[in-house]
Design a protein around this ligand. Structure first.
Ligand SMILES: NC(=O)C1=CN([C@@H]2O[C@H](COP(=O)(O)OP(=O)(O)OC[C@H]3O[C@@H](n4cnc5c(N)ncnc54)[C@H](O)[C@@H]3O)[C@@H](O)[C@H]2O)C=CC1
Ligand SMILES: O=C(CO)COP(=O)(O)O
Length: 400
């Protein structure tokens, strides 16, 4: 699969925190790999950014200062990454689309991508979330929704990253606006800390799989391993965001490491249970890959979902509100400076799907997290969600 020039044309769809961080890796790799065109396009949802020198559009800022001062301040983006505010221009002739934006914004982009990407284009989704059938509420992999919308045999894999906690946050000289507080896991990739990631793809030929891996892998610090199990990897990425909300509740109550470890263990079992309830071909080994256990750990310590949920818990303890949706919106606005929380959306959608199938009692932790997050249940109920779980760890290994 290659463009008219005979080389891969890469287009990154999204320019948030993770979108900008992966652009640093992919930009450097494209610059040195013979089979790639040097220039990597990045589609930017454009907005005005306040800088010390006045307002400037984000796409222009990236192209002139090579920095995304709003979503990844203080990190240089390689000069061969070119920002485009118009989707059509960004994706024209692309042979590899890298999907990295909050998944609620994806559907309206797909018709343009279908029309203008190369006819032999393939995709890799970095999105952590699930789609749901509007009638049956059955979960659908985002990569499968993309394949369906793109049509014509378009194939899409998934890259699920797991990163270690890093508490330092950089500030940009460019942006006068406030930056999100505390750690963001994508920043660690951008700062070239050692981390692992799992690429789940099963394209039709070996060369395509190898090329896709080479585009993301940047040893020694960004180490990507490839598996075939797209469903397992993607579901782990989506569901661990819900578990991370529970971790934030535990932290908000100052319950300590033992309770959090118990929550994460039960969370891992429910991730596996969800995979095997709704998807076929899931491999037991996937849960011990970086996209499984490691991603769960990093998100429950260093992610935005955990951080916002901790504040939610503290606020609920101070003065209980029943308008939880409003409280989450306020917290997202205050803590994330335009970045998006994914766990709350996933918690709601997963709850509705399980409820419609009378499966809530099979997923006591997910159910409890949703009830605390959206139905006004007391925060202390989080330990009930852990205690009532009656799934032994042997099921993780044996019953997939
Ligand atoms: N940030 C991280 O550490 C990681 C994030 N992910 C996943 O990557 C995906 C993308 O997340 P981030 O890059 O972190 O995004 P983000 O949460 O940092 O930023 C939000 C993005 O949405 C864009 N946006 C806002 N309104 C929009 C609209 N109406 N239409 C289109 N775009 C709009 C903003 O311009 C911004 O680029 C998510 O699924 C997330 O779960 C996965 C691994 C790590
Ligand atoms: O997916 C992530 C880590 O791998 C990011 O998690 P948060 O959205 O909670 O920051």
């Amino acid at each position: 699969m290659s463009s008219a020039s005979g080389r891969e044309k890469i287009c990154i769809i999204g320019s948030g925190n993770w979108g900008s961080a992966i652009a640093t890796v992919v930009g450097r790799n494209a610059g040195r790999l013979d089979f790639c065109q040097d220039e990597v396009n990045m589609w930017v949802f454009d907005e005005k950014i306040d800088t010390e020198e006045g307002e400037i559009m984000l796409s222009e800022l990236i192209n002139t200062r090579h920095e995304n001062a709003k979503y990844l301040p203080g990190i240089k983006i390689p000069k061969n990454v070119i920002a485009y505010p118009e989707l059509k221009r960004a994706c024209e002739g692309a042979t590899l689309l890298i999907f990295v934006l909050p998944h609620q914004f994806l559907p309206k982009l797909l018709p343009t991508l279908r029309e203008h990407a190369d006819s032999n284009c393939r995709g890799v989704s970095l999105i952590k979330g699930l789609d749901f059938d509007s009638t049956t509420r059955k979960p659908i992999l985002v990569s499968k929704s993309i394949e369906q919308s793109m049509g014509d045999g378009f194939r899409c894999g998934a890259l699920m990253v797991s990163l270690r906690l890093h508490v330092q946050h950089r500030h940009s000289r460019l942006s006068a606006a406030s930056s999100p507080q505390g750690a963001n896991v994508a920043n660690e990739v951008a700062e070239q800390h050692m981390c692992e990631s799992t690429l789940a793809c099963d394209f039709e030929d070996r060369e395509l799989n190898d090329r896709t891996l080479a585009i993301f892998n940047e040893p020694p610090n960004f180490r990507v391993s490839r598996i075939n199990d797209v469903a397992g990897a993607e579901v782990c990425g989506a569901i661990k965001n819900i578990v991370a909300l529970g971790a934030g509740f535990v932290d908000g109550l100052n319950l300590g490491g033992n309770t959090k470890a118990a929550l994460m263990r039960v969370g891992l079992l429910e991730m596996k249970q969800f995979c095997t309830t709704f998807f076929t071909g899931v491999e037991p080994s996937t849960f011990l890959e970086s996209c499984g256990l490691a991603d769960l750990i990093t998100t429950c310590y260093g992610g935005r979902n955990r951080r916002c949920a901790e504040l939610f818990a503290r606020k609920q303890k101070e003065s209980h509100t029943v308008d939880c949706g409003q409280l989450w919106m306020e917290i997202e606005r205050k803590m994330l400076n335009g970045q998006k929380l994914q766990g709350t959306l996933a918690a709601e959608e997963v709850y509705l799907s399980l409820k419609s199938r009378q499966l809530l009692d099979v997923f006591p932790l997910m159910t409890t997290i949703y009830e605390i997050a959206f139905q006004g249940s007391p925060i202390d109920e989080i330990t009930k969600g852990i205690r009532v779980a009656d799934i032994s760890s042997s099921s993780l290994i044996s019953k997939v």
